[in-house]
Write a protein that binds this ligand. Sequence first.
Ligand SMILES: C[S@@+](CC[C@H](N)C(=O)[O-])C[C@H]1O[C@@H](n2cnc3c(N)ncnc32)[C@H](O)[C@@H]1O
Length: 369
Amino acid sequence: MDFFATAAKGTEPAVRDELREHRFRGVRADRGGVHFQGAIDEGFRACLELRTASRVLLEIGAFEARGGDALYEGVRALDWTIALSPKRTLAVRASCRSSALTHSQFIAQKTKDAIVDQLRDRQGARPSVDLEDPDVVVSVHLVKDAATIYLDLAGEPLHRRGYRAQAGEAPIKESLAAAMLRLGGWDRERPLVDPMCGSGTIAIEAALWARGVAPGLSRARFGFERWASHDDAAAARMVELRDRARARVRRDGPRVMASDVDPRAVAATLANARNAGVTVETSVRPLRALAPVAPPAHIVTNPPYGERLPADPALLRDLGATFLGLHGHRVTMLAGSPALLHAVPCRSEKELAVWNGAIECRLATFEIP
Ligand SMILES: C[S@@+](CC[C@H](N)C(=O)[O-])C[C@H]1O[C@@H](n2cnc3c(N)ncnc32)[C@H](O)[C@@H]1O
């Protein structure tokens, strides 16, 4: 089977490396995600293990669709009984680019019509639509009139780990925090410090990764566990995958420290870390009073910036002075504005373009001499 693990733009190499580390086959990075192959259980395993991906999609068909009728016929010719039955609910998501069909809502509607008509023909009744909490999520991508139809194995996006009850002001997605750690080259041994921690996402993801806690272990149920084909045998294989993942969890990891000038942010970090079952050392302090730690540590952070939080001159001065004082440490910063990068008066070792939602950022890593 062909799978596609979706990723925030710019983080595809992180998803690719994760898939390779977990020994998935046919791994190939593409725009917006990474392809891999395997039996259906490999899709289950990807949902359980991947920290940096947003969704895991199973490709169930591809065909040319220059118009609504071709789309309808193509979708209707696929076998939907793998996931759907009249008792299950569905939602269809669609996107299109450079195609004759230009309205994603129309594409979603046509796809839905074809699916429910097939089910009504084959099983005498049709599934209903539920946009809030569907059992089955279908994804349609139309690029240059080529339609690719997917089933979404994850259901709710994978970044929603469930530990972040308190989100703070401008939280980043858990999957992006995990990608920052990986792309920034954290070795999972050095102490990890986030001096502008907000709700603690980076610190918590670091602690989970270092201890080998599979991100999907906190999930009660993935999308595919609500599919028609998910029988007792498949459920038993999921129990085994979860047991194996649990057995890999290590008790200890390196020190993980998080601080913020805002006491509410630190309280949120503490509460979220508790939810995630990890230990994060927290303190309320401004960046310029960063607690000393013996080098080499890795500082990974995303400071406030333009569109989401105002970047002020004092913060930029503090950033430059503090980072320059971190002799022998490694620093990785997700910079949402060029001013943040320019504030650090040394050359970055590595700089990547990474998107935080719609905002193009730079993920810069410095070795401070
Ligand atoms: C973009 S948010 C970080 C979000 C975080 N990564 C998360 O996922 O929740 C930036 C944080 O920097 C903190 N901050 C701003 N100026 C600071 C300073 N001078 N010292 C320490 N923290 C500061 C803010 O209180 C805010 O929580």
